[in-house]
Design a protein. Structure first.
Length: 681
């Protein structure tokens, strides 16, 4: 049995041992925050003698939650604590680890926590417990449909902008009724009309969008104190990872759950708060002591990832921010290697330089490609890098490309699952009523949907009991065959596994014949369908009705980072926002120019500029050993050539930490470069 405090530094030990009351841990990058969280969970169970099911730990990605679970189970094994967790059950550790039973600590994302709560109690706020979760495509389709119904032009009002405004409202817990009272200007007046109808449609079809999961859980808690008290009593210890990324709704959720026992432990780094654009409020971490009087603050300042030079470079940039908590990051790794600032002639020279450096690292340092990342501010910047990589046969992958679950054939089959799960899912019905083709036109579809709305019945029940004479017998026969497939599939869910059910659906609709059309594209699409079997196989030990729910939740809550494959030996290309939480031996950050990094939309806004600075800080601190910061004299992007000044962030770096290199004539001459240089007014 090991000592739970073994191999922890003094600051980490303090964080693990401080179990009562509110605690704020300011954790610098690479300072071992996941180690602290997992050790603290096991400490509370083993030393404080708390039941595992009384602990809640929430984070932002499924990947982070999975890593935390795995680390907790490793500690359980090392400390011989399995008996504590398993009670009188058969001692099968391997089975225990893979199943994560109900008495295991709840370790999950914010959204998956809310899904679990709503699956039990959604009916008390007017939704079915087998509700559907809308992805971004579903949301956009619904908004477009509502705009068409309200005769609002999508040329004048971009559906994505409308959805972003609705999302912002929900993150601030603003209902359609409240939003109507605070509108300011024509755009918000129009959004208000759409938001009202959008929410009505979601409720009528018993569906939640991503933001609803948290907002409606809070509605549930505020309107049903008994349910809130049940979860307050259950979760005596609450831990929140990446607290700097929480928005108002997430703050409120955690605040409600922790208000009884007050044992709230949050870990985060205000210097890495980079998601304001999606609602994250840095004040949540900066004002934690104010919101939770008597809170203890602990600083994790020892970095185990990067060299001291990299930390000093990143501090030079972040230190210019005013709104931040001070900390002194230090590392035992001192390489003596300065950060390279490279000036390229243009975006092609930028890409050529990167290829040359990768070749050197690969041959001279034996560095694997998977240990290298190219980071950029906007997705458009990847084009020239991709073209050059293809020309030189450099294997690469892009994080944030088309996701597996966004492919048409996969969305088709998931829509079948969703309609089987919830017979009232109108969007899924619309998607698959002619997949494969059944000759059901728009008019017939609308008659069924309108009848379902009028009678407040689900789609399948409406088809089976349709007694109007306004649909031809041929089309009615096709509808009945479709409804029969869905109805029988729902019945088979109680007997079949999810793999068996998927096989059954594919055969019933003859899907292979539908998509395999003799073309290479058709063959690729069928390969994707076969890969879907791999995706659902992990749920094959349970009945399909339960498995469908879990699988659909996984798909709906998945993020780009959940699909990052660390085993492929390829260079990774991604935006700076996507790089959060990852680490690489060597990092190239491209486009360090005014207008790109910092972004042009932030230039005249001090608050936005501080976030841009934090974004650059996050990118640099992904690196363990080497950082290359690159800017171009001229860059062709967004359809035009631009000649921008080098980023102000470059001049923030102390001169003795910089190795200046350039391609031809330079704005920056090594002999004139000084930490007091100012490139801009």
């Amino acid at each position: 049995m090991i000592d739970i405090l073994e191999n922890l530094n003094e600051q980490q030990k303090s964080a693990v041992l401080t179990t009562d009351g509110p605690v704020l841990v300011i954790a610098g990058p690479g300072s071992g925050k996941t180690r602290v969280l997992t050790h603290r969970i096991v400490h509370i169970i083993s030393i404080e003698k708390t039941k595992p099911e009384n602990i809640l730990a929430v984070t932002f990605t499924n990947k982070a939650a999975s890593e935390m679970k795995n680390r907790v189970t490793e500690l359980i094994n090392k400390m011989s604590l399995l008996d504590v967790f398993m009670g009188n059950r058969s001692k099968n550790y391997n089975s225990y680890v893979t199943s994560f039973p109900a008495d295991f600590p709840t370790i999950c994302t914010f959204h998956s926590l809310c899904v679990k709560i709503l699956r039990k109690d959604a009916q008390v706020i007017g939704y079915k417990n087998d509700f559907v979760i809308f992805d971004t495509d579903d949301q956009k389709a619904l908004v477009k449909k509502i705009m068409k119904r309200l005769e609002i032009s999508d040329d004048q009002f971009n559906p994505k902008a409308v959805l972003a405004e609705i999302s912002n409202a929900k993150n601030e817990l603003v209902t359609p009724q409240k939003y109507e009272n605070i509108v300011n200007g024509y755009f918000q007046e129009t959004v208000s009309k759409i938001y009202t109808e959008y929410q009505k449609e979601l409720k009528q079809t018993s569906s939640f969008d991503f933001d609803d999961l948290i907002m409606q859980t809070i509605v549930l808690f505020l309107n049903h104190k008994d349910i809130l008290e049940k979860y307050q009593n259950k979760f005596k210890y609450i831990m929140v990872d990446e607290y700097q990324d929480t928005n108002h709704a997430q703050y409120k959720l955690v605040n409600l759950l922790s208000s009884r026992h007050k044992n709230i432990f949050v870990v985060g780094d205000d210097w890495q708060s980079i998601y304001k654009w999606r609602g994250a409020d840095i004040k949540n971490i900066l004002e934690f002591e104010k919101n939770y009087p008597g809170a203890k603050t602990i600083l994790l300042e020892q970095n185990y990832r990067s060299t001291q030079e990299i930390l000093d470079v990143s501090y030079g940039i972040i230190s210019k921010n005013i709104n931040r908590k001070e900390k002194n990051l230090f590392s035992s790794k001192k390489s003596g290697q300065r950060v390279v600032v490279y000036e390229a002639a243009d975006e092609k020279g930028e890409a050529e330089y990167i290829v040359t450096q990768i070749a050197k690292l690969n041959t001279q340092k034996n560095l694997k490609l998977k240990d290298i990342a190219i980071l950029y501010r906007t997705n458009a910047q990847s084009r020239s890098i991709e073209e050059t990589f293809l020309r030189y046969n450099v294997p690469y992958k892009i994080v944030g490309g088309i996701k597996f679950y966004m492919r048409k054939e996969i969305k088709d089959l998931i829509a079948y699952f969703r309609l089987i799960q919830n017979n009232g899912d109108v969007l899924s019905f619309e998607r698959i009523i002619n997949v494969p083709k059944r000759g059901i036109g728009k008019s017939t579809y609308e008659k069924i949907v309108n009848q379902a709305r009028k009678n407040r019945k689900d789609i399948i029940e409406t088809i089976i009991n349709y007694d109007e004479k306004d649909i031809t017998s041929k089309r009615m026969e096709s509808l009945m065959l479709f409804a029969d497939i869905i109805k029988k599939s729902k019945e088979k869910c109680k007997k079949m596994t999810i793999v068996q059910l998927l096989n059954y659906i594919l055969k019933e609709i003859n899907y292979e014949n539908y998509i395999v059309d003799g073309t290479e594209e058709g063959d690729i699409r069928w390969e994707n369908v076969k890969e879907l079997f791999t995706a659902v196989e992990k749920y094959n030990k349970m009945k399909a009705d339960e498995a469908i729910n879990l699988f659909i939740e996984e798909v709906a809550l998945a993020t780009d980072l959940d699909n990052v494959d660390d085993n492929q030996d390829t260079v990774t290309l991604m935006t700076l926002h996507s790089a959060k939480g990852l680490e690489y031996d060597t990092v190239f950050i491209i486009g360090l120019e005014e207008g790109l990094l910092p972004h042009s939309m932030s230039i005249d806004n001090p608050v936005e500029m501080e976030e841009e600075r934090r974004l650059c800080y996050v990118g640099i601190t992904r690196a363990k050993n080497r950082v290359n910061l690159i800017f171009a004299r001229v860059r062709r992007i967004f359809g035009s050539s631009q000649a921008n000044y080098p980023s102000r962030f470059i001049s923030d770096i102390p001169a003795h930490l910089v190795d200046m290199q350039n391609q031809g004539y330079s704005y920056l001459k090594e002999d004139s470069f000084d930490e007091n240089d100012i490139f801009y007014d």
